[in-house]
Design a binder for this molecule. Structure first.
Ligand SMILES: [Ca+2]
Ligand SMILES: [Ca+2]
Length: 189
C-alpha cells in the first residue's frame, strides 16, 4: 500500500516537473463569496486572487478568480480587475496592474487609442504613467495578466492586494470587492 502511494506521489511530482513553467513563488488570497458590493454582478465578486512567479518565462502571473464567468462582451459600461503593489515596504502604492473593459460610455477615462468597446491591460506606475501590454486573458471566471517583472521595477518581493471596480477610479465610486479585505498579502520570487 505504501509503495503504491509512493508511486502516485512520484508520478505527481514527475507530472508537475513536466508542466512548465516552474512556479517558484506564489502568493494566494482566498476571498468570501457574496461580500462584493450589493447589486454588482457575480463576475465582480472575488473568490481567489494570486500572484505567481513563472520562472521559466520571467513573468509575473496575476490572476483574479470570480464567483461567475466574466462575459467576453459584458453588458456593463466598465469593469476593472486591479492588483496593487507596494514594492518598497513603505505602505505607499507604487504600481497597479489593470485588466479592464472599456466602452464608449466610459470615454475619456478609458482613453487609449483604438476601437471601443474592448478589453485592455496595462501597468500604471503611479505618478509616472501607463505601460499597455497584450498578454492578458479573460478566461471564464478568471481574469489573467502576464506581466514583465520590469514593469513593476524588477523587484523580487512586494506587498499587494486586489480589487474590482464597476466604475472608473476617477469617478469617485468605491471599489466593488477587495482581497484581502484589509491590509496586504506578501509576494516573493
Ligand atoms: Ca468576494
Ligand atoms: Ca472581499
Amino acid at each position: 500500500m505504501r509503495q503504491i502511494r509512493l508511486v502516485f506521489v512520484t508520478l505527481a511530482i514527475f507530472t508537475l516537473a513536466l508542466s512548465s513553467p516552474v512556479f517558484a513563488g506564489s502568493s494566494v488570497v482566498a476571498d468570501a463569496t457574496g461580500d462584493a458590493r450589493a447589486g454588482s454582478p457575480a463576475y465582480l465578486d472575488l473568490v481567489q486572487v494570486k500572484v505567481t512567479d513563472q520562472v521559466g518565462r520571467d513573468t509575473l502571473y496575476f490572476s483574479a478568480e470570480l464567483a461567475a464567468a466574466i462575459p467576453a462582451t459584458p453588458p456593463d459600461d466598465f469593469l476593472a480587475y486591479n492588483w496593487f503593489a507596494d514594492v518598497n515596504g513603505d505602505s505607499t502604492l507604487d504600481y497597479v496592474v489593470v485588466v479592464r473593459w472599456c466602452t464608449e460610455r466610459t470615454v475619456p477615462r478609458c482613453a487609449a487609442p483604438g476601437p471601443l468597446p474592448r478589453w485592455e491591460a496595462f501597468v500604471n506606475h503611479l505618478g509616472v504613467g501607463n505601460t499597455y501590454f497584450s498578454s492578458f486573458k479573460v478566461d471564464g471566471a478568471t481574469a489573467k495578466a502576464f506581466v514583465d517583472p520590469a514593469l513593476l521595477g524588477g523587484v523580487s518581493a512586494f506587498e499587494w492586494f486586489a480589487l474590482n471596480r464597476s466604475r472608473p477610479a476617477g469617478s469617485g465610486a468605491a471599489p466593488v470587492d477587495f482581497a484581502p479585505n484589509t491590509g496586504f498579502a506578501s509576494f516573493g520570487r
